[in-house]
Design a protein around this ligand. Structure first.
Ligand code: KG4
Length: 313
């Protein structure tokens, strides 16, 4: 029987549905409430969850219609169960449970981070050779995984405090760049403008991720410039910050490559869109490198449906 999976993602500010037929991702519709949150400088859970409520049923009807599908043809419902903003996750879970009960079809709760981990492989005709080193870098997470299979996954390194994307957004805000700041900083990045030294000591490759120290050092330097009335060159600040934080991430990835027998690395999550990170990943001494396609770096239901298919077959 043909498998048709409906994927649902509502963990943060994107309401997203996707359809996977057999092994192919055929369509996705995503609505972001990011613009409604921009003036607050970050995601307001209550606003995001209201937007999920307004949109989830509409985009589900739309994607079925667009693909000439009747809801009774859906064989499985996969939804993001964790991690995420609880009030946002609740909307997706409630919607998924209701449809699966009515249709009497499989309900598959999915860890959003495993969705990101395997997102570099979406719609690619590649047989993954496990183990792989999976790196998930986003607004809420900075994690390096060792995946021995689609379900045997352990954490090699994780953040002790702020996630990498969160620090991008906070530094950008301090530089008066609009939310989300990651793409803005990346756009300004110039490798010849990384002259500012924010901190004397750098953490070794075997240390846990800790980005609140980098965040504080950059913010303190901006405050110092302001107090001393030194002109702030935004390009120089943005570039020096990006080099510092990505070089730290690369150092930790290199440590994990050296200490684990992996020939493949996969990078997913919002920050995987970063141009300097992509360049540094390509320079790594590891045989196979996979980075999410830009359309799959952010939060979307395609990765949820894709990962669901892998764990039910
Ligand atoms: O995975 P994602 O869409 O969502 C959540 O984690 O919820 O990641 C969003 C994060 C934001 O912090 C954003 O600033 C960051 O990814 N981001 C980037 C880039 N594009 C998005 N950070 C650095 N460089 C980029 N090009």
């Amino acid at each position: 029987m043909e498998k048709i999976i409906l994927g649902i993602e509502t963990s943060c500010d994107e309401t997203s549905v996707a359809i996977l037929k057999n092994n192919k991702l055929v369509d996705e519709i995503t609505i972001s409430s990011m613009k409604k949150q921009a003036s607050f400088g970050g995601v307001v859970p209550e606003i995001a969850s209201r937007e999920h409520l307004n949109n989830i049923h509409k985009i589900t009807s739309e994607i079925l219609k667009k693909n000439d599908l009747n809801i009774n043809q859906i064989t499985d419902i996969a939804y993001t169960s964790n991690p995420g903003l609880p009030v946002c996750l609740n909307v997706g879970e409630c919607f998924a449970k209701t449809i699966s009960n009515l249709l009497n079809v499989n309900l598959i709760p999915i860890n959003h981070l495993y969705g990101h981990l395997f997102s570099p492989f979406i719609n690619k005709d590649i047989e993954i050779k496990f183990p792989i080193l999976g790196v998930v870098v986003s607004g809420g997470n900075t994690t390096i995984y060792l995946a021995n299979s689609y379900v045997n996954i352990t954490i090699l390194n994780d953040t002790m405090d702020d996630a990498i994307g969160e620090v991008y957004d906070k530094v950008a805000r301090k530089l008066d760049l609009p939310y989300p700041g990651g793409p803005k900083i990346d756009k300004l990045f110039d490798e010849n403008m990384c002259n500012i030294q924010f901190m004397k000591n750098k953490l070794p490759g075997n240390a846990k991720f800790s980005y609140s120290g980098i965040k504080t050092a950059v913010i303190n330097k901006i405050n110092e410039y302001k107090q001393k009335k030194i002109r702030i060159n935004v390009i120089e600040f943005a570039s020096s910050f990006q080099k510092l934080i990505i070089d730290d991430l690369i150092k930790k990835i290199e440590y994990c490559i050296l200490n684990n027998k992996c020939k493949t690395i996969a990078i997913g999550g919002g920050v995987a869109a970063n141009s300097y990170l992509k360049k540094k990943i390509m320079e790594l001494k590891i045989e196979n490198k996979f980075i999410s396609d830009l359309k799959y770096t952010g939060d979307q239901a395609s990765m949820i449906a894709w990962y669901a298919k892998k764990i039910i077959t």
